[in-house]
Design a protein around this ligand. Structure first.
Ligand code: ADP
Ligand code: MG
Length: 753
């Protein structure tokens, strides 16, 4: 089974996405297909044995679409403004023609009302002959997509939004053409002075203008990707054969030494080996202050060195770098469909045929009811206006743009603020969150605990305690273990060998040194061993937020060390920002109750669940969910994976260069928890944008259709000129895109949203 992401050419409106999906789904071997009009791309999986990309492409060609081969390198994926350029050219040729038509039309009306003198007879005759020429030209050059829409409708019975515009403009054109051609024959039956060439010209001009503005704004919605791509350095200074050499970045290999000079970009991911500097990582993490980096610190491709100079060893290059994975993730997310779009998709799928039906019925009604009071000729003319007006105004372009444009902008805005969103569904779900569950270590606290005190029971020395503890913890990945090992390293203590190391999940570790079995961990572990000891020191220290690690053998407790993990400076404000959004904050931790309560009090957390084992974290989330809460869980993504996966939205706090965190739907870069409330705000703003878009798109069609059909004509004399329908239709698409773009300039900080 092959899963491919492809660009599609020839999509003009959202209903195209439906047509392509339905067409390809029917082909044997195709197991899934998702087409997104917003990104003009498809993700497609099919059985290579049964069909091929080429075969699938031939199925699409008669319908006017084609696949564009997947692009390999990142650089070639920059959004191309070619569509905008070709639309601009079309616009240049059609605008002057539309202006001539509009001047003529206005003059005629003004003359009828006595505001302007009648047009000079010679000029009138000249224009009378000019208009059919302009209209023909417009329809057959700029209007070809709409003609094709009509052709495909007749030939294959497939109707999209172009079909609607095509049927409307062609109808106006054919009517006018018939009158011009058979003027003398028709004179007794029809008002032959009325022709509708101007409708064809101006409607096409407006639709083209609308599409041009839409395409231009759509480029802007994707600007986050462009921005990320421009972060990529083009070259790197490497050391080869002891020589400094400038190479293109695809030539850099893992393990190579790279020189970074002041004020230059970091070309690939790596670890500093000499020198120090401050690095501006704002483009990736959103953190505005440059970060100090010393030997051993990780550097990220795309970030900017400030004044220092250093060398680093490349650890990840090419498509492996954090920047490349971010770009890929953003692209995938922008192309994914939000569940809310299903409604718009269903409607636009039935919309086009229904609208054609309504237009035909309306024309028939005009011809059936009209002649009694208006006469035959006038009824035909009004009926035609209604027919064209309905087809033009009902085109559900705005409906198709409502969701994808907002998702593209929302996901992109997230990415530029260090909030990576895996897919549109996650972005949609997050706005409903009522409870945020946070892990303590690494989420509320820095996750880098330090050893603060040592207490020995009996005759074992303090340095012996550290020696044994560090030897055991050496093999553990827990942040606590790291604190102890680091401390031992600074004391230059040599570590004895450990046999039979085991990690006791949520409790501690165990191992054998010189035939003695040792345990290191929390009180639960000591309870399991059924040992008694004086806990006053623990009660005391935990109330100050410290975490005890108890060292014991099977028969006695030997000593206790205390580690303390500093609270992140932004934690308190981050929690209160969540409260402002009306969200309850629960802290879950495997740590001691007193320690947990102390930290929770410092930052204003609503509920603490302490001393839980890893699988109980998941159970706690289930309990919250069954009480009706929509739970977002933020954790470090390492030992919290099951809980993250259980939550409605899993949010991983990424630190370092690892963005490939599987179980999370959202990744907050730089481990900054004030991004939690920002992510929720982003989700709320995006959803609000989508709902506004959908509302206006629907409202517009619901009002437009009866108005254009002449439903109000008998009472108020209202009938929509198709030219205004064209203008309104162009305006509606553009306003939807602009409304989505508004999100780009909205702050994600605080406020009620
Ligand atoms: P959390 O991430 O919330 O701290 P864990 O399940 O990782 O939860 O750990 C729970 C508790 O188990 C820790 O607070 C600590 O007391 C004990 N613990 C876990 N691993 C170790 C270890 N390697 N050494 C000592 N204690 C440990
Ligand atoms: Mg943890």
């Amino acid at each position: 089974m092959e899963m491919k992401n492809l660009s599609i050419k020839g999509m003009h409106c959202a209903s195209c996405a439906n047509i392509i999906e339905r067409k390809l789904k029917k082909i044997p071997g195709v197991s899934s297909i998702q087409v997104n009009y917003g990104t003009e791309a498809a993700s497609l999986s099919f059985d290579e044995k049964q069909t091929s990309l080429k075969a699938l492409s031939t199925h699409l060609e008669p319908l006017g679409y084609s696949f564009v081969a997947p692009t390999a390198g990142l650089n070639s994926e920059t959004p191309q403004p070619t569509e905008v350029n070709s639309l601009r050219q079309k616009l240049f040729s059609v605008i002057p023609l539309a202006i001539i038509s509009i001047i003529m039309m206005t003059w005629e009306i003004a003359a009828q009302l006595g505001w302007l003198p009648e047009m000079n007879a010679v000029l009138k005759t000249f224009l009378h002959h000019l208009l059919p020429i302009i209209a023909t030209y417009t329809l057959f050059t700029v209007g070809t997509p709409y003609l094709l829409g009509v052709y495909r409708f007749i030939r294959y019975g497939k109707a999209n939004m172009d079909t609607l515009i095509g049927l409307g403009t062609v109808a106006a054109f054919l009517y006018s053409f018939t009158i011009s051609a058979f003027e003398n024959i028709l004179r007794p039956y029809l008002d032959v002075s009325q022709s509708y060439y101007d409708v064809t010209i101006v409607v096409i001009a407006f639709i083209t203008l609308g599409k041009y503005l839409e395409a231009q704004s759509k480029l802007k919605t994707g600007s986050a990707i462009t921005k990320l791509l421009t972060l990529q350095a083009k070259t790197a200074m490497v050391i080869r054969d002891r020589q400094e050499l400038e190479v293109t970045i695809d030539a850099v290999t893992v393990g190579e030494i790279i020189i970074v000079k002041p004020g230059t970009k970091i070309p690939v991911d790596g670890v500093i080996i000499t020198g120090t500097s401050f690095i501006d990582e704002s483009m990736i993490t959103g953190e505005p202050v440059p970060v100090e980096k010393q030997i051993g610190a990780t550097v990220i491709a795309g970030t900017m060195n400030t004044t220092g100079a250093f060398t680093f060893r490349a650890t990840k290059v090419g498509s492996e770098t954090m920047l490349a994975s971010i770009i890929k993730m953003v692209q995938t997310a922008q192309g994914s469909k939000a569940p809310i779009q299903a409604l718009a998709d269903t409607i636009s799928a039935v919309f086009v045929p229904v609208v054609i039906g309504i237009a035909v019925i309306t024309l028939a009604l005009w011809l059936f009811i009209g002649p009694q009071s208006l006469g035959w000729s006038q009824s035909l003319s009004y009926g035609l206006m209604s027919f064209v007006g309905i087809l033009v105004i009902a085109c559900p372009c705005a409906l198709g743009l409502a969701t994808p444009t907002a998702i593209i902008v929302g996901v992109g805005k997230g990415a530029t603020n260090g909030i990576l969103i895996k897919d549109a569904a996650t972005l949609q779900k997050l706005h409903q969150a009522t409870t945020v569950v946070v892990d303590k270590t690494g989420t509320i606290t820095k996750g880098k605990p330090e050893l603060v005190s040592i207490k020995s029971f009996g005759d074992i020395t303090e340095s012996k305690i550290i020696e044994v503890l560090a030897a055991l913890e050496h093999q553990s990945e827990h942040p606590i273990a790291h604190a102890i090992v680091t401390h031992a390293a600074t004391q230059k203590i040599n570590l004895p060998l450990v046999a039979q190391f085991t990690s006791l999940k949520g409790k501690g570790v165990a191992g054998t040194i010189n035939d003695t079995k040792y345990f290191a961990g929390n009180q639960k572990l000591i309870e399991d061993l059924k040992l008694n000891f004086d806990t006053t020191i623990i009660d005391q220290a935990t109330k100050e937020g410290k975490t005890p690690i108890i060292l014991a053998t099977t028969t006695a407790v030997l000593g206790i060390v205390m580690v303390a993990d500093a609270i992140k400076p932004e934690a308190k404000e981050a929690v209160s920002a969540l409260h402002k959004l009306g969200i309850k904050v629960v802290m879950l931790t495997g740590d001691n109750k007193n320690t947990a309560n102390f930290i929770a009090d410092q930052v204003g957390i609503d509920e603490v669940v302490a001393e839980v084992l890893p699988h109980d974290k998941m159970a706690k989330i289930k309990t919250l969910q069954s009480a009706g809460e929509i739970v977002a869980m933020a954790g470090d993504g390492i030992n919290d994976a099951p809980a993250l996966a259980q939550a409605d939205v899993g949010i991983a706090m990424a630190t370092g260069t690892d963005v490939a965190i599987e179980s999370a739907g959202i990744i907050l870069l730089g481990g900054d928890i004030s991004k939690l409330s920002q992510a929720i705000r982003l989700s709320k703003l995006t959803m609000r944008g989508i709902k506004q878009n959908l509302f206006w798109a629907f409202a517009y069609n619901i009002i437009g259709i009866p108005l254009a059909s002449g439903l109000f004509f008998p009472w108020f004399g209202w009938l929509l000129n198709p030219i205004f329908a064209g203008a309104a239709m162009a305006l509606s698409s553009v306003s939807v895109v602009l409304n989505s773009l508004r999100l780009k300039n909205t702050t994600l900080w605080y406020g009620k949203y």
